[in-house]
Design a protein around this ligand. Structure first.
Ligand code: TMP
Length: 395
């Protein structure tokens, strides 16, 4: 039974930045009610009414995984580790974005699946790329032209696909008998622990835990045999899954993480209700802080036009009344406007200057990288605001 526990209000598509503020583009902006629920049977946390993927993953999709040094290094590192551990002959990535992971393997070994046409275009000349949504039809097509796949990797994508049944059945069809499916997504336990409610948005149809993935894997004839914690996106889990009939042994760290999740109450609705109370408090605190800074005539901007800041801005109803603009390094976000709140996005070279007093860390998951990069700003008295793990000023 699905029980709703978190209401984040009316939200736009988080990565759908507006090119203009014409009447037509404002009128056609898509909104939905962001409600998050917990399934008491399989422990899966999901967005109650998922948005149609065809509205989300278009040829205008803005997110580029290669944009941050943290992510480039993380993908290089995991590619190396997977190669060393499993020695795959054929590797496929579902949701290959701009190729940041696959580029670490020899070209002839890899297959990219990426439904956003603008992203698929980036990789199509580098390696075999299918510009399609992942489903059974595509897995049959790929298998017609290729041998079975030994390693299927998917970071921050499986949680985006509403049809979990078809996703796993299509993977089962194409994966080799002893092949490994590696899924990486933000972890539910980290989100609850650091109160990062902004990990809930239209694309995160599911926020997985090891408990939920174990149940899903079992249901579709797979076994979860290992889990690894990673730092990316404020704390993610990397799940290692194989066919039930395969011979990968369950690891001790899997048992440990499952026990940790049970211990923190991820199998009980009351944990989620308490989390929702903390989210409400965080909203009030953030609004009060911004109000105070505005009263003191401080210039506040936001740093990083992220999917996370879309959730925060629209949930807290904060926009141009507090932020002068948002800075972002991604070329195709610059010159556009934030979803729902319509704050202009400018390049950091233009906007991150001496006039700024406070910068809200929209990209809080890159805090280390940003604090390192912006030492000069901090030295001259510039400050950051964050809401994760709690609302506070960083100086
Ligand atoms: P995402 O969290 O939605 O993937 O977006 C992260 C955004 O943060 C991306 O558009 C790039 C931006 N960013 C900066 O503007 N400056 C930085 O130093 C870093 C690390 C990211």
């Amino acid at each position: 039974m699905k029980k709703s526990f978190l209401y984040l209000g009316k939200q736009p598509i988080a990565n759908s930045f507006l090119s203009t503020l014409s009447k037509k583009s404002i009128k056609s902006e898509y909104f939905y009610n962001l409600i998050v629920s917990f399934d008491t049977k399989n422990y899966l946390v999901s967005v109650k009414n998922p948005v149609n993927p065809k509205i989300q993953y278009t040829d205008k999709y803005a997110h580029r995984a290669s944009e941050s040094k943290t992510m480039r290094e993380a993908f290089k590192n995991i590619a190396y580790k997977l190669q060393k551990r499993f020695h795959p002959k054929k590797i496929m990535e579902i949701g290959s974005n701009d190729g940041v992971f696959l580029k670490n393997f020899p070209k002839h070994k890899v297959i990219a699946v990426e439904p956003c046409k603008n992203l698929a275009k980036i990789t199509k000349n580098k390696f075999k790329t299918y510009p399609n949504f992942w489903n059974k039809k595509l897995s049959k097509l790929i298998l017609k032209r290729n041998s079975k796949i030994d390693l299927i990797f998917s970071a921050n994508t499986i949680s985006h696909i509403p049809n979990i049944k078809e996703t796993f059945e299509a993977i089962f069809h194409i994966i080799s008998d002893n092949g490994v499916l590696v899924i990486e997504d933000p972890s539910l336990s980290s989100i609850i622990n650091i109160n990062s409610y902004d990990q809930f948005y239209d694309e995160h149809v599911y926020v997985f835990s090891a408990l939920a993935i174990r149940n899903i894997a079992e249901k579709y004839n797979f076994t979860l045999f290992d889990v690894e914690k990673t730092d990316t996106h404020g704390g993610s889990l990397r799940y290692f899954i194989c066919k039930k009939s395969s011979n990968h042994k369950k690891t001790n760290r899997l048992k440990k993480i499952i026990n940790e999740e049970k211990h923190m109450g991820l199998a009980h609705i009351k944990t989620y209700k308490k989390f929702a109370d903390r989210v409400k408090k965080s909203k009030i605190k953030l609004i009060n802080l911004l109000k105070k800074l505005k009263k003191d005539n401080k210039k506040i901007i936001s740093y990083g036009a992220t999917y996370k800041s879309t959730t925060v801005f629209n949930y807290c109803k904060i926009g141009l009344d507090y932020f002068h603009y948002v800075t972002d390094t991604t070329k195709n976000k610059q010159g556009k406007f934030t979803p729902g709140t319509h704050i202009p996005i400018v390049p950091p070279e233009k906007g991150f200057n001496d006039s700024v007093d406070y910068a809200f860390l929209g990209a809080w998951n890159f805090k280390k990288e940003i604090m390192n990069k912006e030492k000069k700003y901090l030295k001259r008295g510039g400050k950051f605001i964050t809401h994760v793990p709690k609302v506070e000023i960083l100086s």
